[in-house]
Design a protein around this ligand. Sequence first.
Ligand code: TMP
Length: 230
Amino acid sequence: MAEAAVKRIPGRGRFISFEGGEGSGKSTQIKMLSERLDAAKLRAIVTREPGGSPGAEIIRHLVLSGMGKLLGPDAETLLFAAARDDHVRSVIQPALSQGIWVLCDRFSDSTRVYQGRLGQVAPAILNAMERVTIGDLKPDLTIILDIPVEIGMQRAAVRRGTGAPDRFESEDVKFHQELRDAYRQIAAAEPQRCVLIDANADAGTVAASVWSVLRDRFFTADAANLASSA
Ligand code: TMP
């Protein structure tokens, strides 16, 4: 099939993070992109934060249960940082250095938004944690899925079913609105790295927008034409 002809810029794998509020459809889009990369014969792994490595998954369980909240925003930030440190060293870096693409559900922008903007954790603490955990490692591309708060919260409630909301899903509408504003500001401030995509559409339409961003950024013009006609 035509997508197999997509040419990759050789060398290190590409690091793509997905960000957005609750119910923005990150997991669906990551899955669809990973299938598309697979069809294009590009090796990719799907991972997530907090979590993605055995140690970090333990911390995920802790923070999403609300335990971290009891410790206060600074300590909760340290828990996210500890999880990221393990995940970066044991999963992300090794994959990228083997030329494998990494599709990550949330990364450091989540800390900037949730702990920095909403938890009011001081920039000095956030900067120090970033230096320790990620150093120079920035995503090559960050897709920010943007959706009106009410719709995102409805989608998250449907997905959860009868299960209880987690630590952040249970915050109020004002929290989620601020979250959305903070992500939009990051997208505006870092247009080289971030692309804001309207996620208030069916999954196929959003996936087509995501793929067109990848084509523009990472693939040659010829290959892009082939991929779009697939
Ligand atoms: P999710 O992966 O199901 O979206 O859940 C992860 C939750 O953790 C989400 O509400 C955002 C939050 N979070 C932070 O507060 N800080 C972080 O650094 C990360 C990665 C996630």
